[in-house]
Design a protein around this ligand. Sequence first.
Ligand SMILES: [Zn+2]
Length: 247
Amino acid sequence: MYIELIAAGILGAVIGSFLNVCIHRIPRGESIAFPPSHCPHCQHRLGPLDLVPVFSWLWLRGKCRYCRDGIAVRYPVVELLTALLFAQAAANTATLAGFGERALVAACLVVIFFIDLEHQLIFHRVLAVWLLASLLPLADGGAFNYYDRLVGAGIGGGFLLLLYIITRGGIGEGDVKMSLVAGWWLGFPGAILYLFISFIVGGAVAAVLLAAKIKGRRDPIPFGPFLCVGAWVACYWGQAIWQWYWR
Ligand SMILES: [Zn+2]
C-alpha cells in the first residue's frame, strides 16, 4: 500500500513538472510539446539535473544554473502539490481506471488553478481533458450514472450561468463552462456541495483580501481557483459532508 502511494507521488511530481510547462505556455499560445524545457530568461536548454522535480529548485536555490535568474516558487509548489494529489488519488481508488480518472482531473485542476490565478483565463482544451477523464470509469465497467451527471452539470453550469447573467459578466465565461464540467464530473448531490464550498471559500478569501487592502473593490479576483478547491473537496469529502449534514 505504501509502495503504491510513494509510486503515485513520484509520478505526480514528474507530471507536475510537465504541468509547469503547461501553466507557462498555454496562456502564451506556445506548444506544450516543443521546444524542450528551457529557461524563459536565458533560453538555455535544461538538462536532466535541472528537471528533477522539487529537488533541482532546492539545490539551485531557486535560480537558473546558467544565468542565475530567479525561478518562480510556483515550480516546486506545483510539483509537490501534484505529488500529494496523485498519492491521495491512489489512496482513494481501487482500480487503475479509477486512479487514472482522479489523477487526470487533479492535473487539470492544478493547471486551471494557476493559469486562472495569473491570467484570469480558463482554457477549453484543459476542460476537454477533464471531460475525457470523467469517462474513464466506463473503461472498467465502473458505476456511471448519466442521469446523476446530467443533473449535476445542470446545477453546476446553470447556477453560474445565472450569476453570469445577473452580474452582467462579473464572473467569467470560463467559470460558467468550468462549472458545467465540474457538475458533470461530480454528479448529484456532489454539484451542490461543490458550489457551496466554492462560494464559502471564495467569499472568505475575498473578504480577507479586501480587509487587508491587498485587493481593492474594483480589482478582479479570479473565481476559477475557488471552483477548483470546491470540486476537489466535494470529490473527496462530499459524501461525508452530505451525510453529516442530513444526520
Ligand atoms: Zn537562465
